[in-house]
Write a protein that binds this ligand. Structure first.
Ligand code: ACO
Length: 325
């Protein structure tokens, strides 16, 4: 399989750190030094995940030279679907990808990497030839904007890639992990109110509680576990760390990016970072950073990229791939 095109889309509304100081007790200096984030894009009430994802996907399809009707599968990695039944089918309709089967995949900030590996298996088995993989999230819907420990971190966006069957397999190695015993470290939980339908028949109805996170623990987990999966993926790919051209980590915190790169001995100039402009866009962060680097002609055909996502679940994973056909 090969990744033959990318695209991205972000909402127009921009909220910088200074703007956040009007909302919670914080400062540009605190946010910048602790996270590296300077601003984030936020979806308007009328903007949908489907719209963002569709816009990113149109660009990815154009870049790959693939018509929507040629798609066999659309995979949407998201935790913030427009519809709990899934949004991938809506995107299929918007794109006019009439032949494609479409479904959502949820693995929080690891969603894009998990989706990439999942999509690759369909191509490897020969089941499908052309796959659209989208990472998209609108976490602003589910952040408590009075909680300064979380609201400063997140932003909205979408990124897409096209995967195609190819003579040589460009997914060189991967490693995926989950640890549900630490699920309580980072949640966006359903909270139910008990309702009695008739005597002895009670059901729960409710909503989702805004994001809760043990920031320190998630930080520690990321810095420890991400280098481990990258090492494992490198081993599987039979590559040494100096053969890597680019490191694209989930864009959560610049300090995490720096610490992981340092542990792996990857020089700073190989680390792709755009979180200053977008914050943590969850499943969108890796394809958004990837697409920007491709647009800026940093990433070129044949470059070897390590992508690693980590987040709620807890889940984490790394995939090593060679860019282009
Ligand atoms: N502005 C000013 N002060 C603040 C703010 C803020 N926005 N937020 C917290 N503080 C204060 C705290 O109250 C605390 O004050 P105290 O010392 O008086 O108690 C102090 O700053 C330090 O707070 P910490 O939480 O210890 O700060 P830390 O250095 O750990 O940074 C952060 C917090 C940025 C959240 C960091 O822990 C982090 O990035 N964690 C990882 C988060 C992450 O990567 N998530 C990814 C997954 S997301 C997903 O999967 C959806």
């Amino acid at each position: 399989m090969a990744i033959t095109g990318s695209g991205s889309a972000v909402p127009a509304t921009c909220l910088d750190n200074q703007g956040l100081t009007k909302l919670v007790d914080t400062s540009d200096e605190w946010i910048t030094t602790r996270t590296g984030i300077r601003q984030r894009r936020l979806a308007k009430p009328s903007e949908s995940l489907t719209e963002l994802a569709t816009a990113a996907s149109r660009k990815a399809l154009a870049a790959a030279g693939v018509q929507p009707q040629e798609l066999d599968l659309i995979l949407l990695a998201t935790s913030t679907t427009d519809d709990l039944f899934g949004s991938a089918c809506k995107i299929q309709a918007e794109l006019g990808a009439t032949k494609a089967v479409a479904f959502d995949l949820t693995a929080a900030c690891s969603g894009f990497v998990f989706g990439l590996v999942t999509a690759a298996q369909y191509i490897r088995t020969g089941a499908y030839q052309n796959i659209l993989l989208i990472g998209a999230d609108i976490l602003s819907r589910w952040v408590d904007w009075q909680d300064r420990s979380t609201c400063i971190l997140f932003g909205d966006g979408a990124g897409s890639v096209v995967l195609q069957a190819n003579q040589s397999d460009r997914l060189l190695g991967f490693e995926l992990k989950s640890d549900g015993s630490q699920n309580n470290q980072l949640n966006l939980p359903y909270t139910s109110k008990s309702i009695s339908l008739i005597q002895d028949v009670n059901i729960g109805q409710g909503n989702f509680h805004p994001i809760t996170m043990n920031g320190k623990e998630v930080y520690r987990f990321a810095v420890q576990k991400v280098p481990e999966v990258i090492d494992k993926a490198l081993f599987r790919a039979n590559l040494s760390v100096d053969q890597i051209d680019w490191l694209i980590l989930h864009q959560a915190n610049q300090r995490i990016l720096d610490a992981v790169a340092q542990r792996l001995n990857i020089p700073e100039y190989k680390v792709i970072s755009n979180l200053a402009n977008y914050g943590n866009t969850s499943a969108a962060s890796i394809p958004l950073a990837l697409d920007e680097a491709v647009q800026h002609r940093k990433i070129k055909s044949g470059d070897i990229i390590v992508a690693s996502g980590f987040g709620a679940g807890l889940s984490w994973g790394a995939a090593i791939f060679q860019w282009g056909r």
